[in-house]
Design a protein around this ligand. Structure first.
Ligand SMILES: Cc1cc2nc3c(=O)[nH]c(=O)nc-3n(C[C@H](O)[C@H](O)[C@H](O)COP(=O)(O)O)c2cc1C
Length: 403
């Protein structure tokens, strides 16, 4: 493997070390904002705590690092508008299955209609209780035209608030020895670009069900996809391209190799990493097993000679987990499960699921991002610049601070 010795990633303590003078303020804000977040969260956090929450997604500055991951919660313009209004940093739309001009889809099996989703508790191998969504569906199951309409409307809403909105695609992934269906990439991307223009952000989804599919059994096939897909996409249209990597059923070594391949192939960023796949049950799952694996692999990725630009995904259920990913280079976090919990699972008492989740992600006195940024400041892992502790400084350098 092409890795150098991995630098040691800073290890968080069990509890954040919040400076005495801010502790009661944080507890009071946590209580006060249960009924509703301040209208301008970034400004409120800057002024009260001296913390700049600006993150980065697809090369764009975002107001907080937390965004909506691709999936069942980003399928309507109303859902996107609500998330933009709540203050999320960015939104990735549901994955559409690519098609050629004749409407033929090589990844047709991924366009299945969904059964009901079940949000359920799950205990990890390390014994921690978390949440997972059990579901047998896959990609967007309406027409491509309907997706383009969603994309157009969602971009309008996002642009008005300067919130990036990304499209997500799944196009042909051939077995070794077979050519890529270029016509499918061409048609899908050109039609998306007709809506999104040169500023278009596209994620290419390598999903957990793909990890369990015979197509992904060959390492050679996977490596070829990662090397070729960015070239194929960029040959069609200018865009900012993210590769959303699956958690392969192989060991951590291959996972690191996938990141290395994606980083050197012309992709602009990687999304690390989609849910785990349980081949026995035939379902994808998340919870702490997912973040434990993702963080472990990203630890090793610190030693890659070329650093990937990372948008994290996987069990971001607290500001603390977001900071864990940031310590390994992630400048943003994409959330699905935590935005889908029963209303009673979060301490907030009003607002949408996204709003309630954001309240806990930000202000929880022991698990929130404000508490953990202050704690990193106390530990000297981030130093204030112009009087502010910057979230992006964690992502851009803190991994080099040994514990
Ligand atoms: C019900 C469900 C549907 C999903 N659909 C997609 C999808 O269409 N495309 C995609 O890239 N990821 C999809 N995902 C993955 C999520 O975007 C996310 O990356 C993953 O669930 C890990 O984040 P989480 O632990 O916050 O859920 C889906 C996840 C769930 C739970």
């Amino acid at each position: 493997m092409h890795t150098h010795q991995s630098p040691v990633v800073y290890r968080l303590a069990a509890k954040p070390d919040v400076p005495e003078r801010l502790r009661s303020r944080l507890a009071a804000d946590f209580d006060r904002f249960k009924a509703g977040l301040p209208a301008d969260v970034p400004a409120a956090v800057r002024e009260a705590y001296g913390v700049d929450l600006t993150g980065e997604y697809a090369g764009r500055a975002i107001r907080v690092p937390f965004g909506k991951a691709s999936g069942q919660l980003s399928m309507t313009v109303d859902a996107v508008a609500a998330d933009v209004a709540v203050g999320l940093g960015f939104v990735v739309l549901k994955t559409v299955i690519g098609e050629d001009a004749a409407g033929h889809r090589t990844m047709e099996p991924w366009a299945v209609r969904a059964s009901a989703m079940k949000v359920e508790p799950v205990v990890s191998r390390s014994g921690k209780r978390g949440w997972t969504v059990t579901w047998k569906g896959r990609g967007w199951d309406k027409s491509f035209d309907a997706y383009l309409e969603l994309y157009r409307d969602a971009l309008r809403v996002g642009d008005a608030a300067r919130v990036p909105v990304a499209a997500s695609i799944k196009c042909h992934l051939p077995p070794v020895g077979e050519p890529f269906a270029e016509a499918e990439y061409a048609h899908t991307l050109q039609r998306l670009a007709a809506v999104g223009g040169k500023e278009m952000i596209v994620e290419k989804d390598f999903s957990p069900t793909l990890a369990g599919d015979a197509r992904a059994a060959s390492l050679e096939a996977v490596e070829r996809w990662l090397a070729e897909v960015p070239k194929l996409v960029k040959a069609q249209v200018p865009c900012t391209l993210g590769l959303k990597l699956m958690n392969a059923l192989h060991g951590d070594g291959l996972q690191v190799e996938m990141v290395r391949a994606a980083t050197t192939s012309g992709a602009d960023f990687v999304v690390a990493f989609n849910r785990l796949f349980d081949p026995k049950r035939g379902v994808a799952y998340g919870g702490w097993d997912l973040s434990d694996r993702n963080l472990r692999v990203l630890d090793v990725c610190q030693g890659l000679s070329r650093s990937p630009r990372i948008s994290a995904t996987g069990n971001i259920c607290s500001g603390r987990v977001m900071v864990e990913y940031a310590l390994r280079g992630a400048t943003s976090g994409q959330i699905h499960t935590f935005f889908q919990l029963p209303l009673s699972a979060n301490p907030a008492t009003a607002g949408s699921r996204s709003a309630r989740a954001l309240h806990a992600l930000l202000y929880h006195p022991e698990e929130g991002i404000v508490a953990w940024m202050l704690s990193l400041g106390e530990a000297g892992v981030v130093q204030p610049r112009e009087g502010l502790l910057h979230f992006l400084d964690v992502a851009h350098g803190a991994a080099r601070h040994a514990a």
